[in-house]
Design a protein around this ligand. Structure first.
Ligand SMILES: [Zn+2]
Length: 462
């Protein structure tokens, strides 16, 4: 049997994001195979065998890889549209275009979304895909293929909608599935792609789109399916004032109570946004272990409001960060969310004590791992965990004069990534993606964006 290959990284600052927030001003990290073997202060131990690579990481900060917990990859090719709208108006404006996506478009958009995030230090990505127009090929398969090619760890939240325009929903009827069709396709995706092992690269979650685009029955049966299969549940929740109003009018209760009534609170559930939560909603999330994907940039762009993240953390709610779809967050990079989570929450009730730089880094790493159900495997730099980590370069114009490395990373501009590893394998080297061609992806995404715009304009003028 071949000996385990080791990578030694030394002379760097390290923020482990372990339970005690252990940091080393100058430390080392040893990767053995796909796991972290050791991390500590000073130089790496002498006499390590089979070291295939030794990295002098002076002037770098090493952190766990960033974990994204909410996204819609297909939106990569509908960015820059409906830029001055609230959520419902934005959805109404974009659904006619989104309803015309096909497999080639979804694949290119997934490549673009993944490349942008990976280049910026994301090592675990997720995609909540819920637009499955009839006869458009294997969209889930195309998304998973793009993630494998990029080299990041990945959760596909297989979404669905069964409340089309004729049932009072927002999407056109031809872009929604039937209740049974959505459940059968979701089950088939789990059977084909979900890997429950410790070092899984691909996992699948069950993810009806939102309370206002799916039927009560789909929510209930989706929760049952996920629990039979042992996979996680994801959806949008409490994003806007209009959603709250919709739930009160239709169901006679707010979104959190509605989720509770359909089996949607639990430690196997995480929800995007959770902006409009009262104290009892937050207490219900804390009591049940329901997680939150906080998406500050998207919430600001759609003027949805400020999620009460400091109150959620104080109550013990697991919170991670999300880019959200890039039709409501054109930057598409998670670093922006570390910074905006911190800044936007300081505009809320808790002012300057709302969040600090270490808490923001924790949301983007360990918090994300928690809500994706993978905190045992990733999210902190500790022996035995998977070697998903990032070397951030802090000696350039942007960061060299900032006093503290974690402050530089979170408060400063997006730091260049010298190296990122996923399971010990390089995904970014010296700022460039290792496995895919960023320039080719830029060209193909532009071509697919233009093709979608042409098809939508042609259909809508008929
Ligand atoms: Zn979303």
């Amino acid at each position: 049997m071949a000996a385990t290959r080791r990578i030694v990284i030394e002379n760097c600052s390290i923020a482990t994001v372990d339970v005690a927030d252990t940091e080393y001003a100058s430390g080392y990290l040893v990767v053995a195979g796909n796991r972290i073997e050791a991390v500590g202060a000073g130089k790496a131990p002498e006499g390590l065998e089979n070291v295939v690579r030794r990295i002098d990481a002076s002037d770098h900060l090493v952190t766990p890889g960033l974990v994204n917990t909410h996204h819609h990859f297909y939106q990569w090719i509908t960015r820059g549209l409906a830029t001055d709208h609230n959520l419902f108006d934005w959805l109404v404006a974009l659904y006619p275009t989104w309803a015309r996506i096909d497999e080639e478009m979804v694949y290119a958009a997934a490549q673009g979304s993944l490349a942008m995030m990976a280049r910026g230090g994301v090592t675990t990505a997720m995609d909540h895909h819920y637009v499955y127009p009839k006869g458009t090929g294997d969209l889930s398969g195309a998304i998973i293929r793009a993630a494998r090619e990029t080299g990041v760890r990945f959760t596909l939240a297989r979404g669905s909608m069964d409340r089309g325009a004729s049932d009072g929903g927002l999407p056109p009827d031809f872009a929604v599935e039937t209740l049974q069709g959505a459940l059968a396709a979701t089950e088939a995706t789990i059977d084909e792609h979900h890997d429950a092992s410790f070092d899984a690269m691909t996992q699948v979650a069950v993810a009806p789109c939102s309370p206002f685009s799916v039927s009560t029955e789909l929510l209930k049966q989706a929760a049952e399916l996920a629990r039979v299969k042992g996979v996680r549940l994801h959806t949008h929740g409490s994003e806007t004032v209009q959603e709250e109003k919709f739930c009160r009018e239709l169901f006679g209760m707010g979104p959190t109570d509605y989720f509770a009534s359909t089996g949607w609170l639990g430690e196997d559930v995480w929800m995007a946004h959770c902006v409009h939560m009262n104290d009892s909603d937050i207490a219900a999330f804390a009591r049940t272990g329901t997680g939150v994907a906080h998406c500050p940039s998207s919430n600001a762009r759609l003027a949805a409001g400020i999620a009460r993240v400091p109150d959620m953390l104080a109550a013990g709610v697991p919170v991670g960060l999300g880019v959200d779809g890039t039709a409501s967050n054109e930057s598409g990079e998670l670093h922006t969310e570390l910074r905006n989570a911190l800044l936007i929450n300081r505009l809320g009730a808790h002012r300057e004590t709302a969040l600090n730089a270490r808490q923001a880094l924790r949301l983007g790493t360990h918090g994300g791992a928690q809500v994706l159900g993978r905190a045992n495997e990733i999210g902190s730099l500790e022996p035995g965990k998977l070697a998903d980590l990032v070397l951030w370069r802090l000696d350039t114009l942007a960061h060299a004069a900032i006093a503290d490395p974690v402050t530089a990373l979170v408060f400063g501009a997006a730091a260049p990534v010298t190296l990122s590893l996923v399971g010990g394998e390089p995904v970014v080297e010296n700022g460039r993606l290792v496995h895919v061609d960023e320039d080719a992806i830029a060209r193909s995404t532009r071509a697919e964006a233009r093709r979608l715009a042409r098809i939508a304009a042609r259909d809508l003028s008929r």
